[in-house]
Design a protein around this ligand. Structure first.
Ligand code: PLP
Length: 437
């Protein structure tokens, strides 16, 4: 019963330093958030001690009476949070995280080497939707994602000019490729999803339709985004992004004669996972209760207002460019190519100044290795209480960071990122900007 500080000073120190970093920096990673103390209580609770392989009422270990109640409560709240009728939809709350949730769906509904179409990684998709790279030695394509190793994947893309999903190309490719599954959803797509269009293409080609709503599951719960459940066969999500729960995953499936329920439950366990993480599941339950409150709905509205305010400041007042021209959700993709600097350099200078964001490919980028932009999200800082005026100030700081990065870049002969990083070290203007942040 001794505390972490007493047992292991070294790890304690590191945790304290990370806490300090998280709470003193401006956190703009679009996939991150701050879990509540109530969730932290679940994660640090005795539930972490328990094995509960199987489903509530059908476990492989004894002592699961209370665990069953926790998992059933979580499942009931998951359906309620998304307005789903339990006779039509079921859910599995055991996936350890978003990637295992997606792979469980593929394992359940596809045969090895079946065909999948998901949004390409450089277009804003996620690795688990299928991704290849070019092997420079053989000049053959090389599967990076297990989705592309075990299934045949043909990614679709956004239009290089508009940045919007290129439905015309998707339609053409799907007609020839005949995917068993089309995946919508992404990690860096600033616009809402046209599920009716995806459904139309899926139906025309006999494909199942899955939405990975990981990034926007909070927006969907708050009815601040289109509803994927109206059109999709399966919906997956992480629980730690805009939803603001613990790190975990969930799968929602249609309950009908196609037998998704058993297939998905069996894919999660015993096919892919062992004992579920009931401490996470309790945390999801707590968060789902919160998503049904007025204050959570107000939070999500504020997330959208905040990122819109930041985007408008960058475009209208400073003349920068955003992919697709703006945003419908919680993130913007800032295209830095017209400004003359790479996303990597901007990420680097922001890091030094304690502004956390990530470099990101933008529509039309030739190489994903040197991304032309950065991704900025509002969920975390909105949790910390920032409103539109604060996000305008954040945009001002970002503008200063970019202008300083350009100035430093212009003063250098080397174009290398390592040399740029060295030049930031001890630079008086960078130090001044850090102090301001
Ligand atoms: N799906 C999408 C759309 C994501 O953005 C992510 C993570 O960023 C994942 C799945 C994977 O989630 P995890 O990192 O929890 O495995």
């Amino acid at each position: 019963l001794r505390s972490l500080e007493e047992v292991d000073e070294e790890v304690f120190e590191l945790v304290e330093r990370e806490k300090e970093r998280q709470f003193t920096s401006i956190e703009l990673i679009a996939s991150e958030n701050f879990a509540s103390c109530a969730i932290m209580d679940c994660l640090g609770s005795c539930l972490t001690n328990k094995y509960s392989e199987g489903l509530p009422g059908k476990r492989y270990y004894g002592g699961n009476e209370i665990i069953d109640q926790i998992e059933n409560l979580c499942k009931a709240r998951a359906l309620e949070a998304y307005g789903l009728d339990p006779s039509e939809w079921g859910c599995n709350v055991q996936p350890y995280s978003g990637s295992p949730a997606n792979f469980a769906v593929y394992t359940a509904l596809l045969k090895p080497h079946d065909r999948i179409m998901g949004l390409d990684l450089p277009s804003g998709g996620h690795l688990t939707h299928g991704f290849y790279t070019l092997d420079k030695k053989t000049m053959n394509r090389k599967a990076v994602s297990a989705t592309s190793v075990y299934f045949e994947s043909l990614p679709y893309k956004v239009h290089p000019e508009t940045g919007l999903i290129d439905f015309e190309e998707l339609d053409k490719l799907a007609t020839v490729f005949k995917p068993a599954l089309i995946v919508c959803g992404g990690s860096a797509y600033p616009r809402d999803w046209d599920y009716a269009k995806f459904r139309q293409i899926a139906d025309a080609n006999g494909s199942l339709l899955m939405m990975d709503m990981a990034h926007i599951s909070g927006l969907v719960a708050a009815k601040e985004a289109n509803n994927p459940f109206e059109f999709c066969d399966v919906v997956t999500t992480t629980t730690h992004k805009s939803l603001r729960g613990p790190r975990a995953g969930m799968i929602f499936f249609k309950k009908d004669a196609r037998g998704f329920e058993d297939a998905i439950n069996n894919a999660v366990f015993p096919a892919l996972q062992g004992g579920p993480h009931e401490h996470q599941i309790a945390g999801i339950a707590v968060q789902l209760k919160e998503t049904m409150t007025d204050s959570y709905k107000a939070y999500i509205k504020q997330v959208k207002a905040n990122i819109a305010a930041l985007g408008a400041r960058l475009v209208d007042d400073y003349g920068y460019s955003l992919a697709t021209g703006g945003t419908d959700n919680h993130l913007v993709l800032w295209d830095l190519r017209p400004a003359g600097i790479t996303g990597s350099k901007v990420e680097k200078i922001c890091d030094v100044c304690q502004i956390t964001l990530n470099k990101n490919a933008v529509p039309g980028d030739i190489s994903a290795l040197s991304p032309g932009g950065v991704r900025i999200g509002a969920p975390a800082m909105t949790t910390r209480g920032l409103v539109e005026a604060d996000f305008v100030e954040v945009a001002d700081l970002l503008h200063e960071a970019v202008q300083l990065a350009l100035k430093i870049q212009d003063s250098m002969t080397s174009k290398k990122l390592v040399d740029f990083a060295k030049a930031l070290d001890g630079h008086p203007e960078v130090a001044a900007l850090k102090d301001k942040v």
